[in-house]
Ligand binder design. Structure first.
Ligand code: AMP
Ligand code: ZN
Length: 498
């Protein structure tokens, strides 16, 4: 599908794009396999809990990458999976399966758990203005494809059976450690922690796990090897190849995927096709850590969601999107209330500056995108997504000696990558009111707040007409409780998020 923006663009930008490729550990010039188009796969969420803001940091970085490629004129075919089966509590195929474990805990079926948290994930995408993947595919909808891939691997001699499943023999792959850059002994050592004595090599991984005879699983399928469910890694290989073919441009995820998940994806994919490389560019986002440097993780329970740390508190979720731009995607980011306050101030001040532009804007004059500023911005994002530099360029432009109309046109063009909904900054809701929304994310909660706020503003205008100042002040306090400051101006009431 051609995206909205690509529809208007004829060719790719002449400015080169450089991306840091984990495979070579170098910043490389990006050259797509097919001119003008990019095929990209990103590992999606394991849907046994809400995505935490660490997971969302990775999804935002991937969204910025996709938007940057589109900004440069590429048509992007983006596939993301939903892991709704197969991810065990230990990435080395030990422990319980995460979704069935959560189902037992919550007293629901595994299918209900997966469905519920998939919807929660989609809501987060909407609230963060993350463009939906071209294809969002579930592991459970693609069991046949995964079985077919295992059958091919079996025919080629990469597979062996143990009492609990079907395994991939990593000793058959010479360059098994090429992505992680570890030597094979280090990898084996890392894998030895929870040894499965039937594995031929510690790094071998499950392609198919058998259901235990003692217990009926909720999610299980017949296979040529026995009833069970697919291993975690096979879904990404099978689904990416189904939708993108057996050689594509970009594969992304968080850095925790490098040593096991992506290493195993490469081993089984290249063994299946017999062709190398399977993927040309591997990009990985650094962690969001909780204070003290520990990774934010669903399994540790030490995590924040977009709902509990932003939406429920009346903070625009796009403040989080904005905050992730302040640190380069390959640098760790530590989450704290100071970072949040800093990001909120930065976001509010940006919104205020942009809304001032629209005030002085001459509505009869349409602005032009300023090419020198566009180039400066493009050079920043094309330098391995240097978002701190891109924000600095935006701030410089706001101060520059250009007309408000041209500044606005150029900023809205930048927003194709930033995704901060800058076109929604100021919406006059009624004659006499000027309302600073910041922006209007599409969530029921935020919409509700806004409707209630608007109703109070209307009531307040009446009390002011009737010179009932006491009541008017009471209403100002009520509006404040909903998260907005009210200012009386000659043209009406102005509200601004606190
Ligand atoms: P999961 O739902 O655990 O399968 O993870 C979804 C995505 O989030 C994967 O790309 C992970 O690598 C990534 N991820 C997990 N934890 C973090 C974190 N603390 N910070 C950034 N990304 C993370
Ligand atoms: Zn994956």
């Amino acid at each position: 599908m051609i995206s909205f923006f690509n529809f208007f663009k004829k060719d790719t930008s002449s400015l080169p794009i450089f991306l840091f490729n984990t495979m070579t550990r170098k910043k490389e010039r990006f050259i797509p396999i097919k001119k003008n188009s990019v095929k990209m796969y990103t590992c999606g969420p394991t849907v046994y809990n809400y995505p935490h803001i660490g997971n969302l940091r990775t999804f935002i970085f991937e969204d910025v990458l996709k938007r940057a490629l589109e900004y440069n004129g590429y048509q992007v075919n983006h596939v993301m999976n939903i892991t709704d089966v197969g991810h065990l509590t230990n990435d080395r195929d030990m422990g319980e399966e995460k979704i069935e474990k959560e189902a037992k805990k919550e007293g629901k079926t595994a299918w209900q758990i997966a469905e519920f948290y998939t919807e929660a994930f989609k809501n987060d995408l909407k609230n963060l203005n993350i463009v939906f993947p071209t294809t969002l595919c579930k592991a459970t909808d693609n069991i046949k494809e995964q079985i077919e891939m295992i059958k091919t691997l079996e025919k080629k001699g990469y597979v062996y059976k143990t009492s609990d499943g079907v395994y991939f023999d990593t000793s058959k792959v010479e360059d098994y450690a090429k992505l992680s850059h570890q030597n094979i002994e280090e990898l084996k050592e890392g894998a030895r922690i929870e040894a499965n004595t039937e594995k031929r090599n510690p790094t071998d991984f499950a392609l198919w796990k058998f259901s235990k005879t003692s217990e009926q699983r909720q999610m299980e399928w017949p296979s040529p090897w026995g009833v069970g469910f697919p291993g975690w890694h096979i879904e990404c290989s099978a689904m990416s190849m189904k939708y993108l073919g057996d050689h594509f441009d970009i594969h992304c995820g968080g850095i925790d995927a490098i040593n096991i998940h992506h290493t195993n994806e490469i081993a089984q994919s290249e063994a299946t096709t017999g062709k190398k490389p399977w993927v040309n560019y591997w990009l990985h986002g650094a962690f969001l850590n909780v204070s003290g440097g520990e990774k934010m993780a669903k399994s540790s329970g030490n995590f924040l969601t977009l709902n509990n740390s932003f939406i429920d508190k009346g903070i625009d979720p796009l403040v989080y999107r904005f905050s992730t731009f302040m640190t380069h995607y390959r640098k760790p980011m530590e989450w704290s209330y100071d970072i949040l306050a800093n990001a909120k101030n930065g976001f509010d001040s940006l919104m205020e500056k942009i809304s001032k532009l629209t005030e002085t804007h001459n509505s009869t004059h349409t602005g032009q995108i300023l090419t020198n500023w566009k180039d400066k911005f493009t050079i920043a994002i094309n330098d391995d997504l240097n978002m701190p530099q891109a924000l600095a360029t935006l701030n410089e432009l706001l101060k520059a000696d250009e007309t408000p109309e041209d500044k606005m046109a150029t900023i809205l063009d930048f927003d194709r990558v930033l995704g901060l909904n800058l076109h929604k900054i100021k919406v006059p809701v009624n004659k006499g009111y000027i309302v600073f929304y910041g922006n209007t994310p599409n969530t029921e909660i935020v919409n509700l707040i806004e409707q209630r706020t608007i109703a109070l503003l209307k009531e307040r205008e009446l009390t002011r007409k009737n010179k009932d100042w006491k009541k008017s002040d009471e209403l100002r306090d009520k509006i404040k409780e909903l998260g907005f400051d009210v200012k009386d101006t000659p043209s009406g009431q102005e509200i601004k998020r606190i």
